[in-house]
Design a protein around this ligand. Structure first.
Ligand code: SF4
Length: 337
């Protein structure tokens, strides 16, 4: 029997550049090292050849399979560094929901005004990067976005929790005092020579080369418009592209492919992928975000689109509950309560 269709996301990286240089940036990928080994790597920019705003707007508006995707994400690097950022995010239309993943260093008033002018809505999902961001400025922007109905109520602000630092928790407390339920995420992978979360020789360990069936719920789009299969492929020079958004060439993307470099694939809280044994078909790995279009997930998408104001509280309550019920030994990707 065939599986229910996948809950799909398109993640457009407008640029790989960033105005910050966070020590824990997960774009310090080096595919010759185990995934998420950020100890010595520099931010890895494979190719940063960018397209113009007009090319993105025409390409994304002409994409014929929009209905297959639950959401369209604009990310980076820092997406707002693209010269036509505001035009792109407000003039692309016809997707279920548009989300911006950003460090919030841009002028939010320009975005709010452009959304009004274009009669469109885009949900802003900011991350607070305590090594670079200014709390007063950042939270002031949250206020403006919230008042305009553009701030994500699912994740009003996300913060990373590093194993050796308490900045994440401290920032989260500051947000609480300002009336925001910021989400604190565990850092997963290698950090300063220490490994947490993923199996060393399994998913994310470079030594593992067995053949597996592999599928991904996210289709990343590189700054040059190439559509690739999964997040790992965005860090590779040679990954196969399934068409190009800006050239308006669209190719069928297989639901599942066979890969040999299993150990070299992306693992993280944001893992949208699944690997299965080629002989038995059994699941070897499945990331939290690998989802089918079940009624439950369709409901989640619906809530995300509606962006109800009570979502932030509901989400943090569910997280707290999940963490309570979780066994002590479990290493998973739930937020920290
Ligand atoms: S803001 Fe994001 S993309 Fe930029 S350096 Fe920090 S973690 Fe990396």
């Amino acid at each position: 029997m065939s599986e229910t269709s996948l809950s799909k996301i398109m993640d457009v990286s407008l640029t790989r550049s960033c105005n910050y240089d966070c020590s824990y940036c997960n774009q310090r990928q080096d595919l010759d090292k185990p995934m998420f080994d950020m100890s010595e790597s520099k931010r890895k920019i494979v190719s940063n050849k960018r397209r113009t705003g007009a090319e993105w707007i025409a390409g994304l508006n002409a994409f014929p399979y929009r209905a297959d995707y639950d959401k369209l994400i604009f990310s980076g690097g820092e997406p707002s560094l693209h010269a036509d950022f505001v035009d792109i995010v407000t003039q692309v239309k016809g997707w279920r929901v548009k989300v911006i993943v950003t460090n919030l260093s841009f002028d939010v008033e320009k975005l709010i005004a452009a959304c009004r002018k274009e009669k469109t809505r885009v949900i802003v999902q900011p991350s607070y990067h305590f090594e670079f961001a200014d709390f007063a400025e950042f939270s002031g922007k949250l206020d403006k976005l919230r008042a305009a109905g553009l701030l994500s109520n699912f994740i009003p602000a996300s913060i990373v929790h590093l194993p050796d630092r308490d900045d994440g928790q401290k920032s989260r407390d500051q947000f609480k005092l300002r009336g925001y339920n910021a989400a604190l995420y565990r850092f997963e992978g290698y950090y300063k020579g220490k490994f947490s979360y993923a199996p060393l020789d399994g998913f994310g360990g470079i030594k593992e080369t067995k053949e597996v069936f592999y599928s991904s719920c996210v289709q990343p789009v590189k700054p040059n418009g190439d559509i690739v299969y999964c997040t790992t492929d965005t860090y590779s020079e040679t990954a196969q592209a399934y068409g190009n958004i800006c050239d308006q060439k669209f190719e069928a993307i297989p639901r599942e492919i066979k890969i040999q470099n299993y150990g070299n694939r992306h693992i993280s809280a944001a893992s949208w992928t699944r690997a299965r044994d080629t002989a038995s078909g059994e699941i070897i790995w499945q990331g939290k975000n690998f989802r089918h279009r079940t009624p439950m997930n369709q409901f989640r998408t619906f809530l995300e689109i509606k962006n109800y104001s009570w979502l932030a509280l509901a989400k943090s309550t569910v997280n707290a509950l999940q963490n309570k019920l979780k066994s002590k030994a479990a290493v998973n990707q739930t937020n920290i309560d």
